[in-house]
Design a protein around this ligand. Structure first.
Ligand code: ATP
Ligand code: MG
Length: 269
């Protein structure tokens, strides 16, 4: 009789010890999670995505990776695109240039554990992640949750801007990144003269609090650099001055983001 009485009124949560009103087990898990994270911290993780093809994801990823490597940061380039373009670029990188760790994530097979295959070397400071066109946001959720920054390159055409708006909406709603949208930025790529065409997208982004962080001009220098396994910063050319300025704005934004997430400890939570 007593046992029946206890079963009726005592719920499992009453049996969980609490500290300051929070279950002890939950607190223990939180602490353990933070501890593991502090050991596993592998620098800033920057995901480049846009489900629209050909908008400059790989160009952005390879140039960012090359920039950080030549700036003395230990850098890894993770390639989720089955086309393997970023991995191919890295295979062409001259041996006398600062090394970048290649992680061809698209080649993952079940012969080894996924975490082992995707591991970055110790003390990696930047992990740049290139993603494929036609990306299913829900399949990429885990990676997006761990991202410190998400960059979306957009081309200046109505079709591309329309597709980018859908991609951003999916990112916020399907991939549930709306609370982390301060880590998302859009980059206007292959811009020729004016930004008028971007006005619609700018309005949309403004309503979401997502910045248009920089514009990259349309120049064959990107093609030249890519062909040699280099980034635009590594070209010895007087012609890339304007481009370096455009990149400075993006790098500053990423640096500020890193400072902020370092200060509030919120990165990748
Ligand atoms: N700012 C730029 N100026 C000139 N050419 C560019 C620029 N950005 C990208 N390109 C060129 O546009 C083409 C497509 O770029 P890229 O491969 O980076 O796009 P992507 O989004 O990765 O494509 P995919 O969706 O197929 O993976 C490439 O030939 C690249 O060299
Ligand atoms: Mg690509």
């Amino acid at each position: 009789m007593l046992a029946l009485f206890l079963c009726m009124f005592i719920q499992p949560r009453h049996l969980v010890p609490t500290i300051f009103g929070r279950p002890y087990t939950r607190l223990y898990c939180d602490c353990q999670h933070k501890l593991v994270r502090s050991f596993m911290k592998d620098g800033q993780r920057i995901v480049i995505l846009n489900s629209k093809g050909g908008c400059g994801k790989t160009t952005l990823a390879t140039n960012l990776a090359a920039y950080y490597a030549q700036a003395g940061r230990k850098t890894a380039l993770m390639d989720y695109d089955p086309q393997g373009s970023a991995t191919f670029w890295l295979s062409k990188r001259p041996k006398d240039r600062p090394a970048i760790q290649s992680i061809p994530a698209y080649k993952y097979s079940h012969s080894v554990t996924r975490s082992w295959f995707l591991r970055v070397e110790a003390n990696t400071q930047r992990t740049i992640i290139d993603s494929p066109a036609g990306l299913e946001m829900s399949g990429f959720q885990q990676l997006l949750d761990k991202a410190d920054a998400i960059l979306i390159p957009v081309l200046p055409s109505d079709i591309d801007i329309h597709a980018a708006s859908h991609c951003i909406a999916d990112l916020l709603l399907v991939a549930k990144q709306h609370k982390r949208r301060q880590r998302i930025a859009v980059i206007a790529n292959r811009v020729r003269k004016n930004l008028l065409v971007y006005q619609k997208l700018e309005k949309f982004l403004c309503s979401l609090g997502i910045p248009f962080v920089t514009t990259l001009r349309d120049t064959t220098l990107y093609v030249q650099a890519t062909d040699q396994g280099l980034g635009i910063h590594e070209l010895h050319s007087y012609r890339n001055k304007e481009d370096l300025e455009q990149w400075r704005t993006l790098i500053n934004w990423l640096d500020q983001l890193e400072c902020r997430s370092g200060a509030d400890g919120s990165a990748a939570q």
